[in-house]
Write a protein that binds this ligand. Structure first.
Ligand SMILES: O=C[C@H](O)COP(=O)(O)O
Length: 332
């Protein structure tokens, strides 16, 4: 990972700046879906080696933490969300780290990748982020269970797009996966993609509820075939959310899809990622499995409500040599 300096890693590129061609999807290829495999013991062995690796240090670490910030979908998805909380979160997305620290690090202009909220907070977030270039992501389609009537889920996507969301995180119907009804999953995902229009669509698989890694591999492929721009692990509300084994399976499905179709689909691990050191493990996993091109916010995001606070503490320590109390980083 020691290929970048703090100076080069300060350049978060947004979806608009990158011009990666969007995944148009393809016909459902059942032969490909049925041959998708996931060898659990090999995957778990590989995943277990990742956190123990020697981590990047000093300036390199600061640069990678800045990159992690640029890839955060700064999230609040709580039943007691208020406009005030969302506005504070948006202010944090614009200025994720104290200005004096960023100046010391030479990383001015750093922002998070997006702000992620429920549909009814889209207006507030769009207003608060005006002029920043930071997109608003909305969780739509009856988040988190995804079980509201189908026409209402489609309508919710339309409403979120109309309110100004540029990214829509949709939840799939887990039942389709558990029953092996790949055609139904494909049709559902295709309809959601179409309803998103110009807005980018992230397909949330809720992997903690899919039963097996093989199901995760198949569902990843089907969602990409149906036109997902990103595949995302979890809502953050399942009892098991993002894990390294699940990430390996999804990342390898993304790699296969790219090799066969030429299209790059993004990856978003979400739920329970709250430590700076974990973010570095994820970034190195992406680098090793998919390559540097995926280490940009147009192809990689962390779905996280509290990761930013820990990264900011680490950056403060990098600059000042002292840790601040975690309560000082309540937002993010
Ligand atoms: O999509 C984002 C997740 O809901 C955030 O989960 P978290 O609160 O565990 O970081």
């Amino acid at each position: 990972m020691q290929t970048e300096t703090a100076a080069t890693a300060q350049l978060p590129q947004t979806i608009a700046e990158q011009h990666e061609p969007r995944n148009p999807g393809m016909e459902l290829d059942m032969d490909w879906v049925m041959t998708a495999r996931a060898n659990r013991s090999a995957i778990e062995r590989r995943a277990a080696t990742l956190p123990g690796r020697r981590s990047v240090k000093k300036d390199y670490q600061a640069a990678w933490l800045a990159r992690a910030i640029s890839c955060i979908d700064l999230t609040t998805l709580a039943g007691d969300d208020t406009e005030g909380r969302v506005r504070r979160l948006c202010a944090k997305a614009r200025q994720p780290v104290r200005a004096d620290l960023l100046e010391a690090l030479g990383m001015q202009g750093l922002t998070t990748g997006a702000v992620c909220v429920y549909h009814d907070m889209v207006d507030t977030a769009v207003e608060a982020l005006k002029g920043s270039g930071i997109p608003v992501a909305a969780v739509s389609t009856g988040f988190p269970a995804g079980l509201s009537p189908f026409h209402l889920r489609l309508a919710e996507i339309g409403e979120s797009v109309k309110a100004g969301a540029e990214e829509i995180d949709i939840v799939i119907t887990r039942r389709h996966v558990l029953q092996g009804n790949w055609q139904a999953l494909y049709d559902e995902m295709k309809a959601f993609s179409a309803a998103c229009g110009e807005a980018h669509v992230k397909a949330i698989l809720a992997t903690g509820e899919l039963g097996t890694l093989q199901n995760v591999a198949k569902a990843s492929l089907v969602c990409m075939m149906a036109g997902a721009d990103f595949i995302k692990t979890s809502t953050g509300k399942e009892s098991v959310n993002a894990t390294l084994p699940v990430s390996l399976v999804m990342i390898r499905a993304i790699r296969d899809y790219h090799q066969r179709t030429g299209y790059r689909v993004g990856y978003k691990p979400a739920g329970g990622i709250s430590k700076a050191k974990d973010s570095l493990v994820y970034l190195s996993l992406i680098k090793e499995e998919l390559g540097d091109r995926w280490l940009r916010p147009d192809l990689f995001r962390f779905g996280a409500s509290s990761l930013l606070g820990d990264i900011e503490r680490q950056l403060e320590h990098h600059v000042t040599g002292a840790y601040s109390a975690s309560w000082r980083h309540a937002a993010g």
